[in-house]
Design a protein. Structure first.
Length: 344
């Protein structure tokens, strides 16, 4: 066994407290996310829709009384549960976001989030063996579509459609293409704001099957679905608006000509994406993004980017070169939404 050279056992290291605090903060975050994950997997938020005491929860779970009580206490301390005497119930935030039947439920988003975080438990293996390879179509249809649908309802979808609805081109539009539209919630929202608008959701075959379920859930009218791979297949013609939100083709120069052909002269192309920014340092989310891959599509170093993606400036430049007029560039946190008009 090797030992560091001994200086003075009574000497306090200069950065000792800083190191301890750092580890404590990191560990506390890990514990909290694991507590939430376990509560979701144990179905605790569904069980506690009707407030219960420890004994009733133990009977429901058939688990260890002491540990269940400690879990309930910790959840109450974080504000996810409310305790009154010996009775535990849901807080407002849990009832709104952690129950399956809530309009704003984030359970599917959280399950996808927990799965992503789980990759970190095998980081050393992934570093040696390479990124975990996922089936693209299955990944989107079984996981991403539901996660993005729920997360979008926290405000971004509402803000996006409100902005787009202000354009005269939207008010006059009769046909919209939701390119890589996934859950189709944007199309559903757009058609509700414009009663004369028909929308087409274009996405992978298995994804489109899930899109139909969302259309049925929200009783959508005038929303159709086309299955295909927009990198390879024709996307149609005669659209007044083409809308794209966080799909892999939104920063690819090769898609611009296809989008232009599909769009009517004077129509608008609305593209919301995370564009890579070399001025920002690599962070943990960038590393997490690269812990898994599709195989056929090579990723970039920065999160939500792919090989050969253009920067915002270069993408806007290419749009102009290919006959678009830039109407607006709008910030959505770290993302940007470009509104471009096809010139006459």
């Amino acid at each position: 066994m090797l030992f560091c050279p001994v200086t003075d056992v009574l000497e306090i290291p200069e950065k000792g407290s800083e190191f301890e605090n750092l580890i404590r903060q990191w560990s506390d975050g890990f514990r909290k996310i694991q507590l939430l994950r376990a509560a979701v997997e144990l179905n605790l938020f569904e069980i506690l829709k009707n407030p219960r005491n420890v004994e009733e929860v133990v009977a429901e779970l058939s688990g260890d009384r002491k540990l269940i009580k400690l879990v309930l206490e910790c959840l109450a301390n974080t504000g996810l549960l409310v305790k009154s005497g010996d009775i535990y119930g849901l807080s407002e935030i849990s009832r709104t976001f952690l129950c399956q039947d809530s309009q704003y439920s984030q359970i599917n988003f959280l399950k996808k989030h927990f799965s992503d975080l789980g990759l970190w438990l095998n980081l050393e293996k992934i570093v040696k063996e390479g990124s975990v390879r996922l089936d693209r179509e299955k990944f989107f249809s079984e996981s991403v579509i539901h996660s993005m649908a729920q997360q979008s309802l926290l405000g971004e979808l509402q803000r996006t459609v409100e902005i787009v609805a202000k354009y005269e081109e939207f008010r006059n539009a009769r046909k919209l293409l939701d390119l890589g539209g996934g859950h189709g919630l944007y199309s559903i929202a757009f058609t509700r704001l414009n009663p004369k608008l028909k929308a087409v959701v274009f996405d992978l075959p298995e994804v489109v099957e899930r899109s139909r379920e969302y259309a049925e859930k929200y009783k959508a009218e005038r929303v159709d679905f086309v299955a295909g791979d927009f990198f390879k297949d024709d996307i149609g013609r005669g659209y007044d608006i083409i809308f794209s939100s966080y799909n892999p083709g939104g920063k690819n120069v090769g898609m611009i000509d296809k989008i232009k052909r599909a769009l009517k002269t004077g129509g608008i192309y609305v593209n919301k994406q995370y564009f890579w920014d070399n001025s920002k340092e690599i962070d943990l989310c960038d590393l997490e993004w690269n812990l898994w891959c599709f195989g056929e599509i090579e990723k970039g170093e920065k999160r939500y980017t792919f090989k050969n993606d253009l920067s915002l400036e270069n993408y806007v430049e290419e749009l102009v070169k290919k006959g678009f007029e830039i109407v607006d560039v709008i910030s959505f946190g770290e993302a940007k939404m470009i509104v471009a008009r096809k010139k006459k």
